[in-house]
Design a protein around this ligand. Sequence first.
Ligand SMILES: C=C1C[C@]23C[C@@]1(O)CC[C@H]2[C@@]12CCC[C@@](C)(C(=O)O1)[C@H]2[C@@H]3C(=O)O
Ligand SMILES: O=C(O)CCC(=O)C(=O)O
Ligand SMILES: [Fe+2]
Length: 357
Amino acid sequence: MHKRYPMINHKYLDLTSMKELPESHAWLSLDHELPSHNSSTPDQVPVINLKDPNAIKLVGHACKTWGVFQVTNHGVPINLLQQMEAAGRKLFALPMQQKLKAARSPNGVSGYGVARISAFFPKLMWSEGFTIVGSPYEHARKLWPNRYSRFCDVIEEYKEEMNKLAQKLMSLMLGSLGVTMDDVKWASLQGSSAALQLNSYPACPDPDRAMGLAAHTDSTLLTILHQNNTSGLQAHKEGTGWVTVPPIPGALVINVGDLLHILSNGLYPSVLHRAMVNRTQHRLSVAYLYGPPSNVEISPLSKLTDQVHPPLYRAVTWSEYLGTKAKHFNKALSSVRLCGPLNGFADTNDHNGVQVG
Ligand SMILES: C=C1C[C@]23C[C@@]1(O)CC[C@H]2[C@@]12CCC[C@@](C)(C(=O)O1)[C@H]2[C@@H]3C(=O)O
Ligand SMILES: O=C(O)CCC(=O)C(=O)O
Ligand SMILES: [Fe+2]
């Protein structure tokens, strides 16, 4: 089992008021080094126009080689992205004692709090989060007893648009694997599950020693991320190292998650990513974490397996996998692997040699 750390009681510091980085948030080694580009074509995260007639091929290539890409012409109205960003900004600007009224309970999923993965690290992250699973109503009412409906409306509309885009992306991803939505019955059905994660990274007095969100993979099929106009997201690419995913106005970032990794029998590896912070700008991001309907077991697609390519993972439901992730963190994927690393190979997800904390 991954080492766990007791929660430090600086968990709910008001980060925006800090003039110095407290020891509780000072990370020892951060691996800030970004690859030096000595060729004329630096390794950049692909940007795909979803209206491109070649979109299926481009998506397949990006999933295989990067596990992350940005999309344009995705159909989500820009003003909805702006409204979502404004709603997040308003939430995080509330006084701490107000935000704590909507705190995530110790075994709960929804609500305000530090990154869930904090328990696996000796230091705290320079960020705060708000997770929404199902209706935002209960928590929004605690935050704004008389004026919660605008927030709830934006969240509901955002979830609806994200769900449409997630379905479109799933069909492109499956299509690029030679599989149709009909081959995967649950993929075209309503009832997929999702969580919305709002992340806030205040400007930091000592960004070189702080970590916004530590390196992790998402336990999803795919994640759709909107970031404001401030850099911070980095993705790890085998053989290259950490690469910044630059904000492009109106574009959305797509991550391959662990369940797509399993479904594709490792052909589309989930991407390790993290968020860095900076000295002057407040960074916000909104992640739509998309998964299968809760009763569906995800296992490698039969079309992708044969005697030469045996299934590498056992079947798991999303909730079972989230439980495994909560226990084993970055060893979760290898813990559901059928052929262990006995013959010398490890999951790409084990990210040997890459510091996750
Ligand atoms: C559905 C979920 C994925 C997530 C755990 C959660 O239940 C809700 C929050 C999600 C999130 C967002 C930030 C990074 C992450 C690793 C975390 O700690 O909480 C992910 C979780 C995940 O993908 O495993
Ligand atoms: O803030 C970011 O860019 C990353 C957020 C993220 O990885 C997540 O919410 O899972
Ligand atoms: Fe993530």
